[in-house]
Design a protein around this ligand. Structure first.
Ligand SMILES: NC(=O)c1ccc[n+]([C@@H]2O[C@H](COP(=O)([O-])OP(=O)(O)OC[C@H]3O[C@@H](n4cnc5c(N)ncnc54)[C@H](OP(=O)(O)O)[C@@H]3O)[C@@H](O)[C@H]2O)c1
Length: 321
């Protein structure tokens, strides 16, 4: 596994990290979840991305992760970078959603309890909340670090101007924003417009979520929607109608380029998302160990020729999911 320094910090992250949004809840198969975590860690994936609400039910991915850690990896805690977040709906009433100090403070305590951890390596504000003063959210992050509940902080999905304000606030209090987390893939190039320049100006790292566009940037939808897929799962976040024929046609063409490179479609999509050195790491999702192993193989061929990049741009032609 290759590691990269996260922005200007001294913390290195694996180029491929594992996310626990789907497939790690109480409704999922525990043994498979455990095998994926152990396979990832064994392959050098030291970074695991959680959030308070991952499941289903919400919170159960953290509980399962804590159990797996306790049963199999307890002696390896210092070899791991574990992240969690708060910002989306977690519990009823006015204090279980948004980005108030009240919510973040209560949520990190709950997340620590569920995972059984003494501290998170990274704690994120999961989203910008226009109804909470940005200073209130950032001060909560600063105080979380000062209280020893997290070593570093990050922000996710903030619009560029709010990201600048947040990073300035944190830097002025000597709790620099370690990392910015945003959606980035061949089918979502929005961070290229401004966010990557913002993160690099502030010395923050950038970590991409949904780098496979939730599975669309693999070969799985080339011949319809398979039974065991996120698009077929009514609880999944990828909707059937998002598997649009135009996008599938593009994936079929991209898949030919991937084959020419000796890579799977998923492998090439991940290598492509890592081509910009401002991208520290990608958080991949997986439903089983085979998918995870396929994704880890992306590292075997990370470089692209100018012709390949230009052909990929032509095929993508601004398509977004
Ligand atoms: N900050 C935020 O707001 C935010 C939002 C979303 C996600 N995230 C983080 O990012 C992580 C990754 O997001 P994601 O799960 O959407 O990422 P993704 O890597 O784009 O999609 C993962 C899904 O694609 C399919 N897949 C993965 N590898 C495959 C392969 N080699 N071949 C065929 N299919 C494959 C699987 O779905 P099937 O079920 O179809 O097999 C898998 O669950 C999350 O776990 C979470 O930690 C953060």
């Amino acid at each position: 596994m290759e590691y990269a320094y996260c922005g200007k910090s001294g913390l290195q992250l694996p180029r491929i990290s594992l996310g626990l949004w789907h497939n790690f809840g109480f409704t999922d198969d525990y043994d498979t979840a455990r095998d994926m975590i152990l396979c990832a860690f064994g392959a050098g994936v030291t970074h695991f991305d959680l959030a308070n609400n991952y499941g289903p039910p919400p919170g159960s991915a953290e509980s399962n992760f804590g159990r797996i850690l306790g049963e199999h990896l307890a002696s390896h805690r210092d070899e791991m970078v574990i992240a969690s977040k708060a910002g989306h709906l977690m519990w009823a009433g006015p204090y279980g959603d948004g980005s108030s100090r009240k919510y973040l403070m209560a949520s990190i305590d709950q997340s620590l309890k569920r995972t059984g951890l003494d501290y998170f390596d990274i704690f994120y504000s999961h989203r910008y909340d226009p109804n909470t003063p940005l200073e209130e959210t950032m001060q909560a992050l600063v105080d979380i670090v000062r209280a020893g509940k997290a070593l570093y902080v990050g922000i996710s999905k903030y619009p560029p101007e709010e990201a600048r304000r947040a990073m300035r606030y944190l830097a002025e209090r000597d709790v620099p924003c370690l990392i910015f987390q945003d959606k980035y893939s061949m089918f979502n190039r929005y961070p290229e417009e401004e966010i990557l320049a913002v993160t690099s100006a502030f010395g923050s790292g950038f970590i991409a979520f949904s780098p496979l566009a939730q599975g669309l940037l693999t070969d799985k939808y080339l011949h319809g929607i398979p039974e065991y897929s996120r698009a077929a799962d009514p609880a999944g976040f990828l909707k059937k109608e998002q598997v649009a024929p135009l996008l599938v046609e593009k994936v079929a063409k991209l898949n030919k380029i991937a084959a020419g490179r000796g890579q799977s479609m998923a492998g090439m999509a991940l290598a492509w998302a890592l081509r910009d050195e401002r991208v520290t790491s990608l958080i991949v999702g997986a439903r089983n160990v085979d998918q995870l192993k396929d994704n880890l193989k992306a590292q075997e061929h990370l470089t692209f020729t100018a012709e390949e990049l230009s052909l990929i741009d032509q095929i993508l032609d601004g398509a977004t999911l």
